[in-house]
Design a protein around this ligand. Structure first.
Ligand SMILES: Cc1cc2nc3c(=O)[nH]c(=O)nc-3n(C[C@H](O)[C@H](O)[C@H](O)COP(=O)(O)OP(=O)(O)OC[C@H]3O[C@@H](n4cnc5c(N)ncnc54)[C@H](O)[C@@H]3O)c2cc1C
Length: 414
């Protein structure tokens, strides 16, 4: 008799959930993907997918589309508030890691993943907000939604992000997200605003006395093909409070905060529209990532503040690793354990790096900022080499650093 494929209930059609649904489907499982919000397009700011994440997008089959829709980043250059260059990281990514780092709109990536999931016959359910999970022996696992409906499966993947409800099922008394005291603003402006600055394909990022500002190209579209973001101390005002203000008030706040910073920062802010505001959240290390037939992945398992530019790539790696493990046909609990053993040390190391990076964006005295900029100038070439482990990782295999020539090392450190 033919056995029916085992069925995964995946909660959250974000980056981790959509990629996991595609890869589980390819591994021979049924995958049903549930998203709390209606299907929507065009939401969110810009992000960068690093070579380790691009490797997963290539496996899924959308890397070339994302390169065409986005913009390859050839380096990440740091400046002081006055515009003096401090250092440069992430050069020669293709040469060193086999894939580029690519800037893109978050919405572009999500739309591509969801479309791919549709094409691969993943069952997609929008406006299905998980309320609770029921996992009783000898019965299918059940996801109950806030609209009163429910779904049954053989196991459940919690890919519902930093505010995960699935995390509360796995760890009823577990840690909750906390505000790191930094707030993020971001959006898109016409390419012409930065085209004349000699930026080329680089991302430019400026450390202020207080806060941080970054910009670079993210799509070929002349109207909104440049992305920007500002990170700054929140001084007790959270994203909800800023979102309640009108756009003009937010822009005025940003212009005041970044007054005196080098061009094109003021010009970008004058042109900014549809400014997105985000809290910068973190979650303490979870003691376990699974319980019974439920596993956490992505931000639900290892939420990271955005200062290492790796959260989305880690989410993609999780999907890839889970897809590979589950193909091997072991018992579910063994797969969950193997997943956590492989993924936890790497994810926690990167979360710690992001926390440390965030500290450079807090408030400094004028002298403190001067000292920090000089320290960064010395440290950037060293820390840059220490980041290679992030980009070299191949979730299909594990850590596999590419051999590097001394010439490449020298160019990277320059
Ligand atoms: C300002 C900012 C900039 C960033 N920049 C970068 C960057 O440049 N590079 C990078 O790699 N990372 C970046 N990150 C981090 C990255 O966005 C996250 O790590 C990544 O989105 C995590 O993916 P995820 O799928 O785990 O969670 P999410 O993308 O948050 O997706 C979770 C999904 O679950 C849904 N959901 C939530 N609750 C429920 C529920 N109860 N029922 C059903 N569905 C639910 C949500 O609506 C959402 O669609 C940034 C983050 C921020 C905040």
């Amino acid at each position: 008799m033919l056995q029916r494929p085992r069925k995964a209930l995946i909660i959250g059609a974000g980056i981790a959930g959509s990629a996991t649904a595609i890869l589980l489907k390819r591994a021979g499982f049924d995958a049903e993907l549930f998203e709390a919000w209606p299907y929507s397009t065009g939401i969110g700011g810009g992000l960068q997918i690093a070579p380790n994440g691009m490797r997963v997008l290539a496996e899924i089959g959308i890397a070339d589309d994302m390169i065409a829709a986005g913009s390859i980043s050839e380096s990440f250059d740091f400046r002081s508030q006055s515009g003096r260059k401090i250092g440069s990281i992430n050069r020669n990514m293709v040469e060193r890691f086999g894939r580029p780092a690519v800037n893109m709109r978050r919405s572009e990536l999500l739309e591509a993943l969801v479309n791919k999931a549709w094409c691969e016959n993943v069952e997609l359910r929008f406006e299905k907000r998980l309320a609770r999970i029921e996992d009783r022996a000898d019965r299918p696992i059940v996801a109950h939604f806030t609209d009163g409906s429910s779904a049954e499966g053989d196991f459940l993947i919690g890919a519902d992000g930093v505010h995960s409800i699935v995390r509360q099922h796995v760890l009823p008394d577990g840690p909750r997200p906390f505000d790191t005291g930094l707030i993020g603003f971001g959006g898109f402006v016409p390419r012409a605003l930065i085209e004349g600055t000699g930026i080329g394909q680089r991302v430019e990022a400026t450390f202020g006395k207080s806060g941080f500002f970054g910009y670079g190209f993210c799509s070929p579209n002349p109207q909104d093909g440049a992305m920007w973001w500002s990170t700054q101390p929140s001084h007790g005002l959270d994203a909800v409070a800023y979102r309640a203000m009108d756009q003009e008030a937010i822009r005025r706040h940003l212009l005041d905060f970044h007054a005196g910073w080098h061009e094109p920062i003021p010009s970008i802010l004058h042109a900014a529209e549809n400014i997105v505001v985000t809290d910068t959240l973190d979650v303490a290390t979870l003691p376990v990532w699974s319980r019974g037939r439920t596993l956490l992945i992505g931000d639900a398992a290892h939420a990271t503040s955005p200062h290492a530019g790796q959260g989305a790539s880690l989410a993609l790696e999780d999907a890839m690793k889970l897809g590979c493990l589950i193909r091997e046909g072991r018992e579910l609990g063994q797969n969950f354990q193997a997943f956590e053993e492989e993924r936890r040390p790497r994810a926690e190391r990167i979360v710690a790096i992001a926390r440390r990076n965030g500290n450079s964006k807090r408030e400094f005295s004028a002298t403190g900022a001067w000292i920090r900029d000089r320290m960064l100038k010395m440290l950037i070439p060293v820390t840059s080499r220490g980041m290679d482990f992030m980009y070299a990782y191949d979730a299909g295999r594990g850590s596999r650093p590419r051999p590097e020539t001394s010439g490449q090392r020298d160019r990277q450190a320059a």
